[in-house]
Write a protein that binds this ligand. Structure first.
Ligand code: IPM
Ligand code: MG
Length: 352
């Protein structure tokens, strides 16, 4: 059966890195149907909104969606409702991809690229499971209100229902079983009601269905501290939308490999996943052909494995990336001089 991957190159370095995914996909799986749509700032310019209804419909109908990056200084002045980030949030919600798997691994060849000492990060391999469609990102009420006399009030609402906690916790426990069998659940139950509910629900689910997995509860601020102090103590970190946003950036930076880290956002069984490199749009280097395409290529590998039913091709592609790195292929972000296309060539050569 033929499968469809919708590419959303987006902004900044997005189009450049997705361009390399196109070449790799054509070599690895010529029968895969690649579609493309405008997204983020590029879609604001072309279609008047960061994600059109048509693009949302195509995303839901595809087998997987691979995004490059969104945002940039060009769109700093657009109305809030149509800013590039709003497009991403809408797509996440419409696709109902509630579980965001963000990898933080330290590639052996890059241990010295980390701002942390080599011995702290060498061999690091963490997955952050971030709740992606709830919490303070979407909670109501929200807004900024005038109180009179020039005073104003801003409200964001952190809200979680039990089923939202349980379904994402299930993803974390299942994943841990395939890894090192350890889940750290991070919240602020010492301060927040959502943290209390989060801890209670995770504890209940663990006792009912996952007692074989080691579960540790950790306060999110302590988790942030431990991620720089001793990150290798972690296997799977389960956390909410906002803490996951912060902790995943911290963990990614710690690896020294942010240009290489892929992510997947998954919904219900069989629904299309949304894949994207962890790095952002990097406007400072956009359009210069120097961005590292490996995070996008490895995100494609995750899509092959988790949404497109081709774990065999994912294995081949991941092995090719490792081989290219072992052979010394390096873009500037990891201490080399190769451009985006030359790095794509290195992966293609390793694919054979
Ligand atoms: C991320 C980004 C997004 C988020 C922005 C671009 C909306 O920071 O994917 O981590 O906050 O979720
Ligand atoms: Mg973020």
């Amino acid at each position: 059966m033929t499968k469809t991957l919708l590419l959303l190159p987006g902004d900044g370095i997005g189009p450049e890195v997705i361009g390399e995914v196109r070449r790799v996909a054509a070599a690895l799986w010529p029968a895969l149907t690649l579609e493309e749509a405008a997204f983020g700032g590029a879609a604001i310019d072309a279609e008047g909104a960061p994600v059109s209804d048509a693009t949302v419909a195509r995303a839901k109908a595809a087998d997987a969606v691979l995004m490059g990056a969104v945002g940039g200084p060009q769109w700093a002045g657009v109305a809030r409702a149509i800013r590039p980030e709003a497009g991403l949030l809408r797509l996440r919600q419409e696709m109902a991809v509630f579980a965001n798997l963000r990898l933080a691994l330290c590639f052996p060849a890059l241990a010295d690229a980390s701002p942390l000492k080599r011995e702290i990060v060498e061999g690091l391999d963490i997955v952050i499971v971030r709740e992606l469609t709830g919490g303070v990102y979407f909670g109501q009420p929200r807004g900024i209100a005038a109180l009179g006399g020039g005073k104003r009030r801003a409200v964001d609402t952190q809200v979680y229902d039990t089923d939202e906690i349980v379904r994402v916790a299930r993803v974390a426990f299942e994943l841990a079983r395939k890894r090192r069998n350890l889940v750290h659940s991070a919240e602020k139950s010492n301060v927040m009601e959502t943290g209390v509910l989060w801890r209670e629900e995770v504890t209940k689910l663990h006792a009912a269905d996952y007692a074989d997995v080691r579960l540790e509860h950790i306060l999110a601020d302590n988790c942030a501290m431990q991620l720089v102090k001793a990150p290798k103590q972690f296997d799977v970190i389960l956390t909410d939308n906002l803490f996951g946003d912060l902790l995943s950036d911290e963990a990614a930076m710690a690896t020294g490999s942010i240009g290489l880290l892929p992510s997947a956002a998954l919904g219900a069984e069989g629904a299309p996943g949304l894949y994207e490199p962890v790095h952002g749009s990097a406007p400072d280097i956009a359009g210069r052909g120097v961005a590292n395409p490996l995070a996008a290529i490895l995100s494609f590998a995750m899509a092959l494995r988790l949404s497109l039913g081709r774990a065999d091709l994912a294995d081949r592609l991941e092995a090719a990336v490792t081989a290219a790195l072992d052979a010394g292929a390096r873009t500037p972000d990891i201490g080399g001089t190769l451009g985006t296309r030359a790095m794509g060539d290195a992966v293609l050569a390793a694919l054979g």
